[in-house]
Design a protein around this ligand. Structure first.
Ligand code: FAD
Length: 519
């Protein structure tokens, strides 16, 4: 007899649990309404969510929109702000004027022409990102990516969000339970019960909770955070550490008040390299979220505290700092039997490019889209999921390491150790060899449908950090006029957006007062 998949049980109510619940419930709404499909989320009333994770990727706009969330209410309830990419300071030389942008807009005419060889051969005074896209200038001017007349989720300049993680999960919970029919059970899972006999022996049959008894399901999603209670502890799936590539294994986080309520608020993440890691600085409407991600092999906790304090200023000496250990890496496999892990239960890498929440979204979408009709199909779905997800983790590790491997800093062991070739993944090594003579573009080395970081992201980091690709002078023959046209278009768009866009805080205030036009 075929066992239909009609009941999904998610354990864990952090960002991963609620995003997964929302994405699956929205995709299967008609079946939920007809009583033929159910999504249940079990969340411990005693284990707090991690409560950090404030930077996102533009995918979140589509994810929220598809869940039927109003962008206006999201801004109002989650202390959300616009994020238009990241500014990396002191990563290349460590000097005061060392900075580059990884914006979220694609280079002008990206699918028509690769502008890198043109920028390189003209040896422009402008940085690469300024040559190809307006966003660095928009961010430097403190401008928002849209106007109050731009409808919800639509953009004039591509954007993601900064948000308050402690408000986001409860906000999603309300929406998922009230609008999408997700069952919410507040209870501690005390044991996980397996099928003992038959073809699917080893599957998870049910979970026993302290407060709500036994809850059974067809598919279980492990969103229990670092504890990985289902996939790790129960099904015994191992963890693949990558501390030999990405050294950072701890974070100190602090919430910093603004000097005044109307102080300027950056519309990009600021990432400032330090002697044993880097500091993130994220502007929310009511406060900044700041944290030092560092390698405990290269810095003591005391030294890290001092570094963070120096950054936020002595007037903030009494603010509570929270230490969060990081174990860089991911599960050996992500979907085993009838259990799939999403979020921290699947793994975690330092938040240098805000890659965790986007991976949650992509995983949830894959589960929702490829929801197997019956148990007999589940192993096929799991194999596909593992292939895609394993590829994504590998690519993210490569991309994060790229930020370190291009440094010319030699002022501390952390930076010297980071360029040691034994710490660089083989795939990244060969790509860097290739890119000495040809710049990455379009699908050359990025051939999956939904790459987490497309070729444009690699271009921004490579050329932002001064990587040189040898350009054969004749390579640009025939495309010079198109390149000039695109560069001029970018100049015109930059001028227009700079004149048109409001200040970041000003737009958020207007969203509070008037709301964005719903779509
Ligand atoms: C320092 C730091 C900075 C970060 N910055 C970013 C960033 O900028 N951008 C980004 O994308 N990501 C970032 N992340 C990652 C991001 O915070 C997480 O990916 C995200 O919050 C998802 O967490 P989670 O839901 O998997 O786990 P958690 O928030 O830990 O939730 C776990 C859930 O499981 C429940 N649970 C646990 N055990 C049981 C049990 N026995 N029974 C029932 N329920 C149980 C808990 O109650 C909780 O609800 C950062 C992470 C860290 C550590």
């Amino acid at each position: 007899m075929l066992q239909p998949i009609q009941s999904v049980v998610i354990v864990g109510g952090g960002t991963a649990g609620w995003l997964t619940a929302g994405v699956i419930a929205a995709r299967h709404q008609a079946r939920i309404k007809a009583g033929r499909f159910a999504v249940t989320l079990i969340e411990s009333p005693n284990v707090a969510i991690i409560g950090v994770g404030e930077g996102t990727w533009p995918t979140l706009r589509t994810t929220l929109e598809k869940m039927g969330i109003s962008e206006t209410s999201f801004f109002r309830e989650c202390d959300a702000a616009f994020k238009q990419g990241a500014k990396f300071a002191r990563w290349t030389t460590g000097a005061d004027d060392d900075a580059y942008y990884h914006p979220l807009m694609l280079p002008q005419g990206f699918t028509q022409l690769n502008l890198v060889p043109h920028w390189l051969s003209h040896d422009h005074e402008r940085s690469f990102s300024e040559y190809v896209c307006p966003q660095a200038q928009i961010c430097e001017a403190g401008l928002a990516p849209k106007m109050i007349t731009t409808p919800e989720y639509r953009a004039l300049a591509n954007y993601a969000y900064h948000l308050d993680a402690s408000k986001f999960a409860p906000y999603l919970q309300k929406h998922c339970t009230e609008k999408l029919g997700v069952h919410h059970v507040l209870a501690d899972v005390s044991s996980v019960n397996r099928v003992e006999l038959g073809q699917y022996a080893g599957d998870i049959k049910s979970v026993t909770t302290k407060q709500a008894g036994e809850i059974s399901g067809d598919l279980f999603v492990d969103c229990t955070g670092f504890s990985a209670l289902l996939l790790g502890k129960t099904l015994g799936v191992g963890f693949k550490e990558c501390k030999d590539v990405l050294f950072c294994d701890a974070a100190l986080a602090v919430q910093v008040p603004y000097e005044t309520p109307d102080a300027p608020m950056a519309s990009h993440t600021i990432s400032v390299a330090q002697s044993a890691g880097w500091i993130w600085d994220i502007g929310l409407p009511t406060r900044r979220g700041v944290g030092y991600v560092f390698s405990s092999r290269h810095s003591s906790d005391d030294a890290a505290r001092e570094t963070l304090l120096r950054y936020i200023g002595p007037q903030h000496a009494n603010l509570p700092m929270r230490r969060i250990p990081i174990r860089p890496g991911h599960r050996e496999t992500f979907w085993k039997n009838n259990c799939v892990a999403v979020g921290l239960a699947a793994g975690f890498l330092e938040p240098l490019e805000a890659s965790a929440i986007v991976l949650i979204e992509l995983s949830a979408k894959l589960i929702a889209e490829q929801m197997p009709a019956h148990r007999g199909l589940m192993d096929l779905t799991a194999a596909r999921f593992n292939d895609v997800t394993g590829y994504r983790w590998g690519r993210i590790i490569d991309f994060l390491k790229l930020h370190y491997v291009l440094t010319r800093r030699t002022d501390s062991a952390f930076w010297i150790d980071n360029v040691d070739p034994v710490t660089v993944p083989d795939r990244l090594k060969s790509l860097l060899e290739l890119w000495k003579y040809r710049s990455p573009w379009l699908f050359d080395e990025f051939d999956r449908l939904e790459e987490v970081f497309p070729a444009a992201s690699y271009q921004y980091v490579l050329y932002g950090m001064g990587f040189r690709t040898e350009v054969e002078t004749l390579e640009n023959a025939g495309t010079e006029s198109l390149a000039t046209k695109l560069a001029n278009e970018n100049l015109a768009i930059t001028r227009q957006l700079r004149a048109q866009l409001p200040k970041n805080r000003e737009l958020i205030r207007k969203i509070y007062d008037y709301g964005l036009q719903p779509i």
